[in-house]
Design a binder for this molecule. Structure first.
Ligand code: GSH
Length: 200
């Protein structure tokens, strides 16, 4: 059985849990406490030298890190990844956008505020995350004003990748009320078959 080295709070891990559930693929969750540096032990580093979760262990014992690489791998041949070459590249475009322009601002703010409870301590750094975080949300909102989903008018892993931290952006002090198209898209994603919440 597939194994997921997981943290229940992590949006990056949630991407994998959501996709595996929607694909109907059973998997074993192995909880890794990152606050106790369990992803930095020699045993874990032997599996992922980058010392981070999520980490997927395939049935044949191969290890794959990076959330968006994992969902790309798992979705191959499914309805969640288009066949068309250009649409596949657009999926990657949004997944790279998520990692470079979105996650470092929105996910990190959420981690400091809602997981570590250190809003005061990180006040200055949090302030600096606001502008680029809102810029990413504005790009998404603009796209979603004209489209139901991110790629090819169908629910794909691009939506899963971006949904993970966007729907909990308020936990990082980002206000989504000024982005009505994102709010509608969130409801659309949540209404997909076999959707599970981040707490599952
Ligand atoms: N780009 C990576 C980010 C992975 C990442 O930052 N994971 C965090 C939890 S969400 C982690 O493992 N932190 C523990 C550490 O850095 O020691 C991905 O998309 O999977």
């Amino acid at each position: 059985m597939i194994r997921l080295y997981n943290s229940s709070f992590s949006g990056n891990c949630y991407k994998i849990r959501l996709l595996l559930t929607q694909l109907g693929i059973p998997f074993e969750k192995i909880e890794v406490d990152i606050l106790k540096a369990e992803s930095r032990t020699p045993e874990f580093l032997a599996k992922n030298p980058n010392g981070r979760i999520p980490l997927l262990e395939t049935e044949s014992g191969q290890f794959l890190a990076e959330s968006n690489a994992i969902i790309f791998y798992l979705s191959e041949g499914s309805q969640f990844l288009p066949q068309d070459r250009f649409l596949r590249a657009q999926v990657l475009q949004w997944l790279f956008f998520e990692q470079y322009s979105h996650e470092p601002y929105i996910a990190t703010s959420r981690f400091w505020i809602s997981y570590l409870g250190k809003a005061e301590e990180y006040q200055e750094a949090l302030k600096q995350k606001q502008e680029p975080g809102y810029a990413a949300l504005a790009v998404m909102n603009q796209h979603l004003q004209k489209h139901n989903f991110f790629v090819g008018e169908q629910y794909t892993i691009a939506d899963i990748g971006l949904f993970a931290y966007t729907h909990v952006a308020h936990e990082g002090n980002f206000d989504l009320t000024q982005f009505p198209a994102i709010q509608t898209w969130i409801k659309r994603v949540e209404s997909q078959a076999r959707h599970i919440s981040i707490s599952k």
